[in-house]
Ligand binder design. Structure first.
Ligand SMILES: Nc1ncnc2c1ncn2[C@@H]1O[C@H](COP(=O)(O)OP(=O)(O)O)[C@@H](O)[C@H]1O
Ligand SMILES: [Mg+2]
Length: 334
């Protein structure tokens, strides 16, 4: 392994300027307007799901506002850290001392606080006071998953930006770009499968891609690679197996079960969990029938956790699904 292999692609391809940000056009445009006149920039609150670019954008702002010395004038901190508030207070004091000297060349110092929604409300109240007293020397960029967990007085002092999850086609495009830069063969179906599993979280998507590349070591990355890497059977296969059992075809269902266990090496618990998830997507069952089956899955999941034989239990589960279909008149044909 050479040195490059050890670099996380999420870091290697983290945008360095606002222009490289994927998606989020509105957010980027408003921020650019602030950056043209830094004095107009209020405190910022970024809210949104993981892997949508919040930290990345905060760092882009720091670099653009503070230039080469951005590291000296930007404090980046995880707010859920115990020492969080104390450190913020101390650094803010230092910043205000600088403000008569070297800080004169830059508009203000920045405090980037990640995971603010993990802070207790008393810590948030303390933070609010610091924000008030330091507003001439500091701007805060607060980052959280849920803005509703931030106390009202802080929310009202910030411009709030909501980071929507990335569009599927944007994630695919970005994955293809990374694959091209890394000279890896990525099948289109594989890219789509990564997108399905990462649910708009670009960090997760890039990590799956990198792990898959290591796994295939130069060979084509296809859908199977991704399914192995994320440790999931294809939802289609699980559905097919469920439908076979639910239409009374026990032997077919059992053969599919063996294939899943041997090709993918799934444990019994893995398979029950995935069947449980796919059950909710079956169109031909009523709510009442689903409720009944969930109870059945729960029972078998418990037996496995107690150490019962996987093969026997899963076959018994399929047999029970078959009986269930007989009792409802075998109406599921899948
Ligand atoms: N909008 C985006 N544009 C480009 N890359 C992104 C975007 N969002 C996330 N990424 C990628 O995912 C990684 C994680 O993003 P990050 O900004 O740390 O997410 P968050 O702070 O919202 O959890 C980044 O290093 C980058 O590679
Ligand atoms: Mg982050």
């Amino acid at each position: 392994m050479n040195q490059n292999d050890a670099v996380m692609w999420t870091e290697k391809y983290r945008p360095k300027t606002l222009d490289e940000i994927v998606n989020l056009k509105d957010v980027v445009e408003s921020l650019k307007a602030f950056l043209r006149k830094p004095a107009t920039m209020p405190h910022l609150l970024f809210a949104g799901r993981p892997g949508t670019g919040k930290t990345t954008i905060a760092l882009c702002i720091a670099k653009q506002l503070l230039g080469v010395s951005w590291r000296s004038f930007a404090l980046e901190l995880n707010a859920s850290d115990e020492r969080g508030i104390k450190m913020v207070r101390e650094r803010v004091k230092t910043f205000s001392r600088y403000s008569r000297g070297s800080l004169a060349s830059i508009p203000y110092a920045l405090v980037i606080l990640d995971e603010c929604d993990q802070m207790t409300s008393s810590a948030q109240t303390a933070l609010r006071r610091i924000m008030e007293t330091s507003s001439h020397t500091c701007r805060f960029i607060l980052i959280c998953n849920y803005s509703s967990k931030i106390i009202e007085p802080i929310q009202s002092r910030c411009a709030i930006f909501r980071f929507s999850t990335l569009k599927q086609e944007d994630v695919v495009k970005h994955l293809k770009y990374v694959a091209e830069m890394e000279h890896i063969n990525l099948h289109s179906n594989a890219a789509k499968t990564i997108v399905e599993f990462s649910e708009g979280d670009l960090r997760r998507a890039i990590n799956i891609l990198q792990t898959s590349a290591v796994y295939e070591d130069g060979k084509m990355i296809n859908e199977q690679t991704i399914l192995r890497v994320v440790g999931q059977a294809s939802p289609k296969q699980i559905q097919l197996m469920l439908n076979k059992a639910l239409s009374g075809k026990l032997i077919d269902a059992r053969n599919m079960l063996y294939e899943l266990m041997t090709t993918y090496g799934f444990s019994g618990v893995d398979i029950i969990r995935q069947m449980h998830r796919e059950l909710f997507r079956l169109q031909h069952l009523s709510q009442k029938e689903k409720a009944e089956l969930i109870g059945v899955f729960g029972e078998y999941d418990f037996r496995l956790s107690e150490g019962a034989n996987e093969d026997i239990q899963l076959s018994a589960l399929l047999a029970q699904l078959t009986r269930f279909s007989e009792s409802r008149g075998n109406s599921a044909n899948g």
